[in-house]
Ligand binder design. Structure first.
Ligand code: HGY
Ligand code: MN
Ligand code: MN
Length: 418
């Protein structure tokens, strides 16, 4: 059981943690209080600069790897040992909130600040990591930086990804690095002793159950597809139905049929078409090209396989006079977090006097890739109404601070485990 002395967790400063959320939310601030800080935009770079400044105040050293992951390192007594890592992401959805990603980054910074103020040294180094492009909404796939770090996404494939304006990750990353001015670079990948990530739940379970903290058991699987339907532009007024190759009608038929086939009775499967682009997108021209995305998730690997494998055949079957191509991003299988790490987090919650509930994650996180190469775990806090990927995303400052105290205790324990 954890030694009773968790006095250093008393250095976690609730107000400082809250104020830093509000400061970071200023980078990409939306008029309604939300945040649009998409990956490798100037706002993302400015938020990183602010973070590096806060980190240097407590003596952390900054470095960046080839896919833009940012590492802020606290030296250990045995600096040669593999580090304990903690972190999350700073990029947001277009209609993002103040807490998705930012909480995990600021909780890690607050934990290291508390250890510094309590003058607690650890045997192992601890690294706070800002994973680049977790959301994947500007440059697919999601969790790009962490999957490149663990070797599950080839670096050149990541650097070659393009946004809808045709900008490459490689060029957007160069621009962000120029603005962030982090001089030290480090090799991509590397060993770590363990990984912890704090995050808002992004769902309603903790709030409904009345718990201020969640210890996460695992993350459901995720498959991302892009479907491209090709037809022929033609005049809306003169082209008879029989002569049309209408890409939008074909796409609508596919989406309707896929939604029907991906509606399980238990309501566990998650099927989302979040983006649909039409070209030439003119009211009086029959659409010639439609691209739409599919985000498919399930906690069971076989079910994810089954439903995901329906998609391409069904799209081809319903293409009519059009042609269709289905592209899939790297699959992320369901994962379970290391049992010893879960136990450690539960013990630290007990020693900090914070009630908690065990629960799975419906949202995906960088921790899923880290869990494939090192013992990993996550802590959740409730968020108001379970709302996230929404500008009204909100969390309670006391919940954030208490989860950060538990994170601090867990980091100290892991960093002294040699
Ligand atoms: O999509 C997700 O689950 C994460 O919030 N980016
Ligand atoms: Mn997130
Ligand atoms: Mn997110």
């Amino acid at each position: 059981v954890v030694s009773g002395d968790t006095s250093y967790t008393g250095k976690v400063d609730r107000q400082r943690l809250w104020d830093r959320h509000l400061t970071l939310a200023g980078y990409g601030a939306l008029p309604d209080g939300g945040v649009d800080r998409q990956a490798m935009t100037p706002a993302d770079a400015e938020a990183r600069r602010q973070l590096v400044a806060w980190a240097s105040d407590i003596g952390l050293t900054a470095s960046v790897d080839a896919i833009g992951n940012l590492f802020l390192r606290r030296a250990g007594r045995r600096d040669d040992l593999a580090p304990v890592m903690t972190g999350s992401h700073l990029d947001t959805q277009p209609t993002g909130g103040k807490f998705d990603g930012a909480f995990g980054v600021l909780a890690g910074l607050e934990a290291l600040t508390a250890l510094a103020e309590a003058e607690v040294a650890t045997t192992r180094p601890i690294e706070l990591v800002i994973w680049n492009n977790e959301e994947g909404c500007r440059f697919p796939p999601t969790t790009m930086g962490s999957s490149a770090f663990t070797g599950h996404l080839p670096l050149d494939q990541a650097l070659d990804a393009r946004d809808r304006q045709g900008i490459r990750v490689a060029d957007a990353l160069d621009e962000m690095n120029r603005r962030t001015q982090v001089a030290d670079t480090r090799i991509l990948g590397g060993s770590l002793f363990a990984y912890l990530e704090a995050h808002i739940e992004q769902g309603p379970r903790l709030e409904e159950a009345g718990y201020p903290l969640g210890v996460v058991t695992g993350i459901q699987g995720l498959r991302w597809f892009e479907v491209e339907v090709l037809g022929t532009e033609s005049h809306a007024g003169t082209t008879p139905r029989a002569n049309r190759r209408d890409a939008l009608q074909a796409a609508v038929t596919m989406i309707h049929e896929l939604a029907a086939r991906c509606s399980d009775r238990e309501d566990i499967l998650r099927f989302t078409v979040g983006r649909l682009d039409v070209s030439p997108n003119a009211p009086n021209t029959v659409p010639a090209r439609v691209r739409f995305t599919i985000d498919l998730r399930h906690p069971d690997a076989e079910s994810l396989q089954h439903y995901g494998d329906l998609i391409a055949p069904l799209c081809h079957e319903l293409a009519g006079h059009c042609t269709v191509a289905v592209h899939e991003q790297p699959v992320s299988q369901p994962i379970r977090f290391d049992a010893d790490i879960q136990r450690l987090l539960c013990e630290c919650a007990d020693s900090c006097g914070v009630p908690y509930q065990l629960l799975p994650s419906g949202a995906t996180h960088d921790a899923k890739w880290l869990s494939l190469i090192a013992p990993s775990g996550m802590l959740f806090t409730p968020c108001a109404g379970g709302l996230s990927h929404n500008t009204r995303e909100s969390a309670d400052p006391d919940d954030l601070a208490r989860a950060t105290q538990v994170l601090t205790a867990a980091l100290k324990r892991l960093a002294n485990d040699v």
